[in-house]
Design a protein around this ligand. Structure first.
Ligand code: NOJ
Length: 579
C-alpha cells in the first residue's frame, strides 16, 4: 500500500515538474533550480569599462556594456566587490558594506545597473567579503581604539602581556605573519590576508547579526545571490592552539571548516538565505568531499554550491597532465552525482588567464585552445563560472618589471623575497606566468588607444595584443573565439542534458584527449576534446557515423572509424548520439 502511494505521489510530482519547466531531464536529488541552470559571467569591475576617464572601470561602464553581456547569452553576473574600500586588495577590504566605492560610482548607479540587468533577464550575484573587513572600517577603528571599546570583540585580539601569539600564517603579509602588533592597546590583531584586512570575529553573535543585516540590505534591493569570499576560513578556534611546524604548507587543513562554521551557515540560512530567492556560493570547499557535501547538501540548509580549488590548482608554471585533469574533474563530478551541486571554472580574478594556463596562447593555437576549454566548461555538470575576457581568448600579459604590478599579493611577496635575500629573477619569472594581475588587465574592447577601456591612463597596463584580440574585431568575425563562445552557451541553454545529465568518462587512459558523454532522459551527447598541438586519436568505442555533430571549432568533422575518432590540434567536438 505504502509503495503504491509513493508511486502515485512520484507520478503526480513528475507531472507537475515537467509542467512547470517544460523540458524533461534528470536532475539530481535536489531537483531543478535556476542557479543550477545559470551560466555565470564574472565581471571584474575595475578592469571592465571606464566611463569617466579616471582609468578605473566603473558601474556606469558596466551599464554601457549590458547589451554586450546580454549578447553573450549568459544568465547571471558575478560582480567582484564594489563596496567602499581603500583598495588594499582591490575591494576585498571593505570599509563600508552599505556604500559604493567612489571609484565605481554611486548607489544610484548600482540601482540602475541592477535594473538594467533584470530588464535583460540577467541575475546579479554580489561578492560578500566578511571573513575580514578593511582596517579602515568604523568597526575596526573602534575596536583598535581601546581594550574596553564595545567593538573590541568584533575582531581577534591577543594581548601582548601574554607573550607572542601562536604563529598563524598570512597569505598576503610581507612576513607571512598573520598577527600584527598594534601599540595603541599593546595587542596583536589577526589578519589571514593583508594587514589592512583584519579578520572578523564570527564567534561574536553581534558580528553575525551585523553581517545578516548587511545581506538583508542587499537582498531587499533585489540582488539574486551572494558569493561568500574566503568563508571557509571564517570560524576560528579561539583557544589558539599551536599548529605543527610547517603547517603553512598545508594551511587550509588548519584554517578551513573550523569551529562552528556550519552552525553559522545554518544561522545565515535561517535568518537570510531562506527568506529570499537568492543563491549562495562559497569560495572553498573544505578539505574533503565530506566537507564539501556538508556545505551544500540541501537538507542541511546551508549553501547552494561551493568552489573547489583542486581543478584550477592543477596547472603549474611547468604545465599539467591531462590524466590528472580528467581524474580531478571526474572525481568531483562523481561526488555530487546524487546530491549537492558543483561550480565549474578554470579561471577567475585570482588566477592567470585560462588560455595561458590550461591551453596554449601561442598564435596558431590561442583561438582553438580557448574554444576547446570553453567547450569543456560549458559541457560539464555543475554551474559554469566564466571570467570576463576569456570569451575573447585574452592572454597573460606576463609583466617582467615589478613596477607594473598592482596586486598586493605580488608586491608583498616580492618584498618578502627581497627581505630574505631570495632569487628575485626566479621570483619574477614565476610571477609573470602565475600572477593574478595577468587576469586583471583591462578588457580589450577595440583597436583604439587603451583598447577602448578608458580615455585616461589605465590603472594597470593594457595587454599590447589588444590590436588583434578585441571585442569589436571578434564580434565582426563569425569564426572568432567570441562567436564560438556564444554558440556553445546557446547549446548549453538548449540542451538541459548538459546541465543535469549523467557524466561518463571515456578512454580514461588517453593522455591527449578528454572524451565523455552526458546522458539523460533519452538523450546522449558526446564531447571529445583534444588538449594537444598535434592530431590525436580517441578510442571512444562509439561509432559516430550516425551521430549529429552539434558543434566543433573546426569546419570539418573529425575523421572516424567504428571506434576511434581523430581530432585536429585542440579540436573540440560535440555530437548528439542516436539512442
Ligand atoms: C579571495 C578573493 O577572490 C581574492 O581576490 C581576495 O584577495 C581574497 N579572497 C581575500 O579577500
Amino acid at each position: 500500500m505504502k509503495q503504491k502511494l509513493f508511486l502515485l505521489i512520484s507520478i503526480i510530482s513528475l507531472f507537475f515538474f515537467k509542467e512547470s519547466f517544460g523540458q524533461p531531464t534528470t536532475p539530481n536529488q535536489d531537483g531543478r533550480k535556476w542557479w543550477k541552470e545559470a551560466i555565470v559571467y564574472q565581471v571584474y569591475p575595475r578592469s571592465f569599462k571606464d566611463s569617466d576617464g579616471d582609468g578605473i572601470g566603473d558601474l556606469k561602464g558596466i551599464i554601457s556594456e549590458l547589451d554586450y553581456i546580454k549578447s553573450l547569452g549568459v544568465t547571471a553576473v558575478w560582480l567582484n566587490p564594489i563596496y567602499s574600500s581603500p583598495n588594499d586588495d582591490n575591494g576585498y577590504d571593505v570599509s563600508d558594506y552599505r556604500n559604493i566605492m567612489k571609484d565605481f560610482g554611486t548607489m544610484a548607479d548600482f540601482d540602475s545597473l541592477l535594473k538594467g540587468m533584470h530588464e535583460r533577464g540577467i541575475k546579479l550575484i554580489m561578492d560578500l567579503v566578511v571573513n575580514h573587513s578593511s582596517d579602515e572600517h568604523e568597526w575596526f577603528k573602534q575596536s583598535r581604539s581601546s581594550r574596553t571599546n564595545p567593538y573590541r570583540e568584533y575582531y581577534h585580539w591577543w594581548n601582548a602581556e601574554n607573550g607572542k601569539p601562536p604563529y598563524r600564517y598570512s597569505l598576503f603579509d610581507v612576513n607571512h605573519d598573520a598577527w600584527k602588533y598594534d601599540s595603541l592597546t599593546n595587542a596583536y590583531y589577526l589578519h589571514y590576508f593583508s594587514r589592512k584586512q583584519p579578520d572578523l570575529n564570527w564567534e561574536n553573535p553581534k558580528v553575525r547579526q551585523e553581517v545578516f543585516n548587511i545581506m538583508k540590505f542587499w537582498a531587499d534591493k533585489g540582488i539574486d545571490g551572494f558569493r561568500l569570499d574566503a568563508f571557509q576560513f571564517a570560524a576560528k578556534d579561539t583557544t589558539w592552539p599551536a599548529f605543527p611546524k610547517g603547517f603553512e604548507k598545508d594551511f587550509s587543513k588548519y584554517y578551513a571548516m573550523q569551529g562552528n562554521l556550519h552552525g553559522y551557515l545554518q544561522e545565515m540560512y535561517k535568518e537570510v538565505l531562506s527568506k529570499y530567492n537568492v543563491m549562495s556560493v562559497v569560495e572553498g570547499a573544505g578539505n574533503s568531499f565530506t566537507d564539501a557535501h556538508n556545505l551544500v547538501d540541501s537538507n542541511r540548509h546551508e549553501l547552494n554550491m561551493a568552489y573547489a580549488f583542486d581543478g584550477v590548482n592543477i596547472a603549474k608554471p611547468s604545465g599539467y597532465s591531462l590524466l590528472h585533469f580528467k581524474e580531478v574533474f571526474s572525481r568531483w563530478d562523481s561526488a555530487f552525482q546524487n546530491n549537492g551541486w558543483l561550480s565549474v571554472f578554470l579561471a577567475n580574478h585570482d588566477q592567470a588567464r585560462m588560455v595561458s594556463r590550461f591551453g596554449n596562447d601561442k598564435p596558431p593555437y590561442r583561438a582553438l585552445s580557448s574554444e576547446m576549454l570553453t567547450t569543456f566548461i560549458m559541457t560539464m555538470r555543475g554551474t559554469p563560472y566564466y571570467y570576463n575576457g576569456d570569451e575573447l581568448g585574452m592572454t597573460n600579459i606576463g609583466f617582467t618589471d615589478i613596477k607594473d604590478y598592482r596586486d598586493v599579493q605580488a608586491l608583498n611577496a616580492y618584498q618578502h623575497e627581497k627581505n630574505i635575500g631570495g632569487d628575485l629573477k626566479k621570483f619574477m619569472k614565476r610571477e609573470a606566468s602565475t600572477s593574478r594581475d595577468n587576469s586583471r588587465t583591462p578588457f580589450q574592447w577595440e583597436d583604439a588607444p587603451n583598447a577602448g577601456f578608458t580615455t585616461g591612463t589605465p590603472w594597470i597596463k593594457v595587454n599590447p595584443n589588444y590590436k588583434t584580440i578585441n571585442e569589436e574585431a571578434e564580434n565582426n568575425d563569425p569564426n572568432s573565439v567570441l562567436n564560438y563562445f556564444r554558440k556553445v552557451v546557446r547549446l548549453r541553454k538548449d540542451n538541459l542534458v548538459l546541465v543535469y545529465g549523467k557524466y561518463e568518462l571515456l578512454d580514461k587512459a588517453n593522455p591527449n584527449v578528454y572524451a565523455y558523454t552526458r546522458t539523460g532522459d533519452g538523450e546522449k551527447l558526446l564531447i571529445v576534446l583534444n588538449f594537444t598541438t598535434h592530431n590525436a586519436d580517441a578510442n571512444i568505442g562509439i561509432d559516430v557515423k550516425n551521430a549529429t555533430m552539434l558543434l566543433s571549432n573546426y569546419k570539418n568533422a573529425p575523421l572516424s572509424n567504428k571506434k576511434t575518432i581523430t581530432l585536429k590540434p585542440y579540436q573540440a567536438v560535440i555530437y548528439r548520439l542516436p539512442m
